[in-house]
Design a protein around this ligand. Structure first.
Ligand SMILES: O=C(O)CCC(=O)C(=O)O
Ligand SMILES: [Fe+2]
Length: 361
């Protein structure tokens, strides 16, 4: 299935003309695009967008740097790991993060009931992907959730690191904010319903790095079946395919992100705010036949065999309360989403997937 690509440009151009408190009706064309955004997010848990502010060359600069980083020896990369900070800054080596499907019995039951062709690839242990966490945007000076006060980690020998990470990170957040406003309008909520809760959120630029030289055979699982615990995830293009997503109707789809486009995925915090009407998108990263074709081509062209994702996790602010918003309080499953501080919710989720409450060194 081809996901539609939504061009954010018309919305961005018109946006300054309709401030948050405007009671003017929205231009019907823009209203239609916003309704399309919310409909696609609900039906597929994913959305392809084009944002004129995030170019393919920005994405390439970021990928080039991260490929160079992940190709460094393991001993070098381990200097950037901070297990005592739950890996929320610096590097997470392969073999640490546990896919939700491995530890969540309810999820395992649901998987068993899926038709075989749509079942996720079986996982036997922690993910084989590496990851780098880089905080983006301001944090609150006064918060109940202090975990993210740690200094950012910059690897030696990368003078361009901070500038590249901040620049790509801010661009991705801007794209998520536009989508969040469009989704709010599409859901019939005030435009800033989500973005006001995102202010000062613990947003993380969190590229994954998967070693296709070592683990490039078909069927290898880099990230087992899971949902993202944050609000919305945005990915630039990866140079290697491998991401499978599950649509609301249960079908499994291998995602193709066109050049210059970004992929948005719904996370658990959005599910909470919509009382379960917009579910967190399930996904996995597995070496497919398309991945092995891309590996062959990369070898011929002498390119890096690290599969890097340009992922950013956009969050709701830790001190904001997650609960169904507006008319979503009346949705049939709203009672499953009782009010909880976003920070408390995140801590609970991180401990399930092995990133908090344990030392993994
Ligand atoms: O590597 C990717 O493409 C996505 C990985 C992923 O699902 C995640 O980082 O949560
Ligand atoms: Fe994910």
């Amino acid at each position: 299935m081809e996901l539609p690509v939504i061009d954010l440009a018309p919305f961005l151009e018109a946006s300054p003309e309709f401030p948050d408190d405007s009671d003017q009706p929205l231009d019907p064309d823009l209203q239609r695009i916003c309704s399309e955004v919310s409909r696609v997010l609900k039906q597929t848990g994913a959305l392809l967008v084009k944002d004129p502010r995030c170019s393919a060359s920005d994405n390439d600069r970021f990928l080039d740097m991260m490929e160079r980083y992940f190709a460094k020896p393991t001993d070098f990369k381990r200097l950037q790991q901070r297990p005592h900070l739950h890996y929320q800054v610096g590097v997470t080596p392969e073999g640490v993060e546990v896919p939700r499907s491995l530890v969540d019995e309810e999820m395992q039951q649901k998987i068993k009931q899926m038709p075989e062709e749509f079942q996720p690839s079986p996982t036997v242990g922690p993910d084989l992907k590496w990851r780098y966490m880089w905080r983006v945007g301001p944090r609150p000076s006064n918060t109940r959730f202090k975990e993210l006060n740690a200094e950012p980690v910059v690897p030696e020998g990368f003078p361009e690191w901070k500038e590249n990470m901040d620049s790509w990170g801010h661009k991705m957040i801007s794209a998520v904010e536009a989508v969040a406003e469009m989704a709010a309008i599409g859901f019939g909520l005030p435009k800033d319903s989500f973005t006001s809760l995102m202010k000062m959120g613990p947003h993380l630029l969190a590229p994954t790095g998967s070693d296709l030289q070592q683990y490039g055979s078909e069927g290898v699982v880099f990230a087992g079946y899971h949902y993202d615990l944050n609000f919305l995830t945005i990915h630039g293009r990866s140079r290697f395919p491998g991401l499978n997503i599950w649509l609301r109707n249960g079908t499994k789809v291998e995602v193709k992100v066109p050049i210059g486009c970004l992929l948005i995925q719904t996370g658990k915090e959005l599910e909470w705010l919509t009382g379960g009407e917009c579910l967190a998108g399930m996904h996995e990263v597995v070496v497919s036949s398309r991945t092995t074709e891309a590996i062959k081509l990369a070898k011929e062209q002498n390119r890096s065999l690290w599969r890097v994702s340009s992922t950013l996790f956009a969050h709701i602010a830790s001190d904001a309360v997650l609960k169904p918003l507006g008319h979503f309080t009346n949705s049939p499953s709203a009672n499953k989403y009782s009010a909880i501080y976003a920070g408390e919710f995140v801590e609970q989720e991180l401990s399930v997937i092995n990133l908090k409450g344990k030392s993994n060194n």
